[in-house]
Design a protein. Structure first.
Length: 202
């Protein structure tokens, strides 16, 4: 499919659409793998749950090893997060409200991952939820980056050295606690309207 799409891209938009229409499943799988996001559909009437290929990859398994079910997904969820996820899912189904939660899973290789799961219930005219559509996204890299940034920020703020960054006009973009204390400013004001000349007076 990739070769056909490569050839289509060099021809015309109509040809691209034709290839996508005929191989949309393959293309969706490639796009989902790139974004680390999978989709799922849960028919509550038949209790049948569909997972895209990326959902299987995210939880570290495949269709030949595991059938799609909410219980199997809960089993892959970190033990400390299972009750939270189960309650959130049941609440979403019961109230017809959007599911939006971050939880952890533990893959077969024991590596922990952070997952963002979204779900949207679809209800019949009587108000009963018939099915739920949703996505799961592996946000482990994002979480680790945020943790690293928070760690760096903590180090900057706790060091006794004076640290600041400012733009070409001399406006302070960042100043740590030690520098704000040296400037004599109210710590509650932070760097609001602070200029580089205040920390480096002439």
């Amino acid at each position: 499919m990739t070769r056909r799409l490569d050839q289509a891209v060099t021809t015309s938009p109509g040809r691209i659409k034709s290839v996508i229409d005929n191989h949309s499943g393959d293309l969706i799988n490639q796009v989902e793998a790139l974004a680390k996001i999978g989709h799922w559909i849960w028919n509550l009437q038949s209790n049948m749950l569909y997972w895209s290929d990326e959902v299987y990859r995210i939880i570290g398994t495949d269709q030949s090893s595991l059938s799609a079910s909410f219980q199997h997904y809960l089993n892959a969820t970190h033990p400390d997060d299972r009750k939270m996820l189960n309650r959130a899912m049941l609440k979403s189904i019961r109230e017809g409200s959007r599911l939006n939660i971050v939880h952890r899973i533990t893959r077969n290789d024991r590596s922990p991952s952070f997952i963002h799961i979204l779900g949207q219930p679809r209800r019949n005219p009587e108000g009963t939820t018939q099915y739920v559509i949703g996505t799961v996204q592996d946000i482990t890299d994002r979480v680790h980056n945020q943790e690293a940034q928070a760690s760096i920020a903590s180090i900057i703020q706790s060091t006794p050295e004076h640290i600041e960054t400012f733009d070409l006009e001399g406006k302070i973009l960042l100043a740590n606690s030690a520098l704000i204390k040296l400037s004599g400013r109210d710590p509650n004001l932070g760097i609001a309207s602070m200029n580089g000349r205040e920390s480096f007076p002439e």
